[in-house]
Design a protein. Structure first.
Length: 216
């Protein structure tokens, strides 16, 4: 296999058990603005009113807790973690998943990020999401994981994946405000050529005095 030039994707020389490693954000992230706060407040108020009048008022606490969690994850950039493919399994964020408990893997795309999803055996089907920063990392990850796990090109998406995608579509995108030009930029100063031309067209002062003098 060809050597990888990037320092973030080369095997670790200090640990011979690590086959391949790469650095990436802990989760897919897309920067949002103030419109997201308005969206979450509107959803929280609407849900609170429905529960307050038609349901159990104790449900207001988990509703606001869940919405606060979603808002925090939306506006907070994730930390960068080191993902490793070892001889014994996959390690991400300090958590080891052994090969014997893993079943298959597949790829999804979220917020313009390529994500590899590693699934455990039945009956739990635990999903682990690892962000892939570029195509070179994806090629290496696919190669090493395929030696131990089943690669699904068209996976059966779980209810959690569908719910997360549906919620992400509801969050509004922020529109960029047009840049307003200042008044100083809108007024263009006269060029030196135009000022010289205006000076040449003015008559000399002696001629003006002769024209303004009364006829004797």
């Amino acid at each position: 296999m060809e050597a990888v030039a990037d320092n973030q994707t080369k095997p670790e020389e200090n640990n011979p058990q690590v086959i391949f490693s790469w650095k990436a954000p802990l989760r897919a992230y897309k920067k949002r603005g103030k419109n997201v706060l308005r969206f979450f407040l509107a959803v929280a108020l609407l849900s609170s009113l429905i529960v307050f009048f038609f349901g159990d008022r104790i449900l207001l606490v988990p509703i606001w807790s869940v919405l606060f969690l979603f808002y925090t994850l939306t506006i907070t950039p994730p930390p960068e973690v080191n993902n490793k493919v070892t001889k014994f399994g996959i390690e991400t964020a300090g958590i080891m998943m052994r090969w014997d408990v893993l079943s298959h893997f597949f790829y999804i795309r979220r917020f313009n990020y390529e994500i590899v999803v590693v699934v455990t055996h039945a009956p739990y089907y635990i999903h682990s999401y690892l962000v892939i920063p570029d195509g070179n990392v994806k090629k290496n990850v696919t190669h090493f994981l395929s030696e131990h796990l089943v690669y699904q090109e068209e996976p059966q998406r779980s209810f959690t994946d569908k719910a997360v995608e549906w919620l992400s579509r509801l969050i509004p995108d922020d529109e960029e405000e047009p840049v307003k030009k200042s008044e100083s930029q809108s007024v263009t100063p006269p060029s030196p050529a135009s000022s010289q031309a205006s000076e040449q067209t003015q008559p000399p002062p002696s001629l003006l005095n002769q024209l303004s003098a009364p006829n004797g």
